[in-house]
Ligand binder design. Structure first.
Ligand code: FAD
Ligand code: NAP
Length: 435
């Protein structure tokens, strides 16, 4: 088990001598609690300051009093000039998932939706009785650079499918490559390099370009022999000549035919890996081709064929995808996403920002950061849960707006978002890959 308890996590944060805050719900009024100095209310959360060396003892005491710890913060994060002690309860703010048009059987995964959406059970204990919550996972066993640029693996294109439907903008393709005979193993959230043929403008061989892997470690056919990508052909108007320029590697890839050879390097990347715990909350913020790693996560979490081969990973947490695209025909993997949503309404929520069809409150294009602003309180409540990981992938331009929206929600509780974000980055709960 990679996760560590709050005490070990605190030690990693160089915080052995520091004070932490437990956010607790469900404390009952009784003889023992009458003797505490907690501000107990019938509903809502209470915040209890706990010195590092009393964390486990206090946790047991809270459990005895009927309380549940829903999050733990280092006190520095909260102590931004506030005396606030009570937060609103997450549950009342979580609305039901957006309706979708697809009708399939509905499944509810074993955890209750309230647990999945943010009401952490008291943290589990390992064999030694140590309490386990989220802490930065060590990724020593993740494969990297099995194939380097000077000796790439030559894979074969199996298929090249159009993802943008009629009326959509540009060319985005789902590509599947055969890895048979290679040593190339990868996991969800990693990228591979592709070396396009030919030479650059200086006459040197073209260099590799990175692409996020869009398939699970087992591949789209769940037979451990393929890898898939989601690639947009780069197309822009040259700022001086005004002529249309097409990107070298993205054009090469999006024009591939089944049977063509492809030079593949990697895999690389440990920033975007999923946590091992199956009861995690996973917030995904993607624009356009930034959906690639999210597709891999969602397939691993929910696809029947995946669940049947991953006995160790039966996801029963809560996943929320906020997805920004220019038009409805540009919603990549639309049918499959909506099928998952219809099948697992309590475990998967899907929110689109369709920039050229919807407006934000100011009348401008609806971007993903506008959806984050709309849902900022719910997202903030989720992000505070130690079981929550947030993933951002796609255009770098979305980041400032996301920060601004979450800053506002956090500030209502006296928390400085930039400090909080630093803390959860350090814990390995805030994952960004933007380009
Ligand atoms: C970690 C990572 C993951 C990625 N994942 C994906 C993915 O999943 N899918 C995907 O499609 N892409 C992804 N990319 C982007 C990909 O690596 C390539 O950068 C992209 O395909 C363009 O490569 P190209 O060879 O087609 O363009 P090139 O021929 O290399 O042209 C790119 C160059 O064109 C110029 N240029 C680009 N746009 C403009 C503009 N508007 N105005 C003027 N000049 C411009 C710039 O000089 C730029 O460097 C990822 C990148 C990274 C770093
Ligand atoms: N490394 C790279 O250079 C690289 C890699 C991949 C893609 N690209 C290029 O990036 C562009 C996007 O391609 P894509 O397929 O990934 O996405 P896409 O399908 O074009 O969708 C991107 C979405 O993000 C919106 N958006 C634009 N600016 C934004 C901002 N500042 N904040 C939040 N959202 C914003 C877009 O809105 P509007 O378009 O309506 O404004 C659109 O709705 C393309 O031009 C592509 O060629 C570049």
């Amino acid at each position: 088990m990679n996760n560590q308890g709050p005490v070990e996590g605190a030690a990693n944060m160089e915080s052995g001598s520091r004070v932490f805050v437990y956010e607790v719900v469900g404390l009952r009024q009784n003889r023992e609690s009458d003797q505490t100095n907690y501000p107990i209310r019938k509903s809502g959360s209470v915040f209890i300051r706990v010195p590092y060396n009393r964390m486990n003892q206090e946790m047991r005491r809270i459990t005895r009093l009927g309380g549940k710890i829903v999050s733990i913060y280092p006190v520095s994060v909260l102590e931004q000039g506030t005396n606030r002690t009570v937060l609103t309860n997450t549950e009342s703010q979580l609305s039901s998932p957006a309706p979708v048009s697809v009708n399939t059987k509905q499944n509810t995964l074993p955890a209750t939706s309230s647990e999945a959406q943010g009401f952490a059970k008291p943290p589990a204990k390992d064999k030694k009785g140590t309490t386990m919550t989220q802490a930065k996972t060590k990724h020593a066993d993740v494969p990297v650079n099995t194939y380097r640029p000077n000796a790439p693996f030559i894979g074969k294109c199996i298929s090249n499918e159009t993802l943008v439907r009629q009326g959509g903008i540009g060319k985005v393709q789902h590509l599947k490559f055969d890895l048979s005979g290679s040593q190339l193993k990868y996991i969800e959230g990693q990228s591979i390099g592709i070396i396009p043929p030919g030479v650059d403008k200086n006459g040197k061989p073209e260099k590799l370009r990175l692409y996020s892997i869009a398939s699970t470690r087992h591949g789209d056919d769940v037979d451990d022999t393929t890898i898939s990508l989601c690639v947009r052909q780069l197309e822009y108007k040259h700022p001086e000549s005004g002529e249309i320029v097409y990107g070298v590697c993205s054009t090469y890839l999006t024009d591939l035919k089944p049977g063509d050879d492809v030079k593949i390097t990697g895999p690389v990347g440990k920033e975007m890996l999923l946590p091992d715990n199956t009861d995690a909350n996973v917030i995904m913020l993607a624009t356009g081709t930034g959906i690639a790693p999210m597709r891999a996560y969602l397939w691993r979490m929910f696809k029947d064929a995946e669940r049947s081969v991953n006995s160790e990973y039966q996801f029963n947490g809560f996943a929320w995808l906020l997805f920004g695209v220019p038009t409805t025909p540009n919603i990549l993997y639309k049918e499959e996403l909506e099928e998952i949503q219809a099948q697992y309404p309590n475990n998967f929520r899907l929110t689109y920002a369709i920039s050229r069809e919807q407006n934000n409150p100011e009348g401008g294009r609806m971007y993903i950061q506008d959806r984050v602003a709309e849902n900022a309180n719910e997202l903030w409540q989720l992000i505070k849960n130690p079981k929550t990981h947030t993933y951002i992938c796609g255009l770098r331009g979305m980041e400032d707006g996301i920060d601004a929206a979450l800053s506002k929600a956090a500030a209502q509780e006296g928390v400085t978002w930039s400090d909080y974000q630093k803390a959860i980055k350090k814990e390995g709960r805030w994952h960004v890959e933007t380009y």
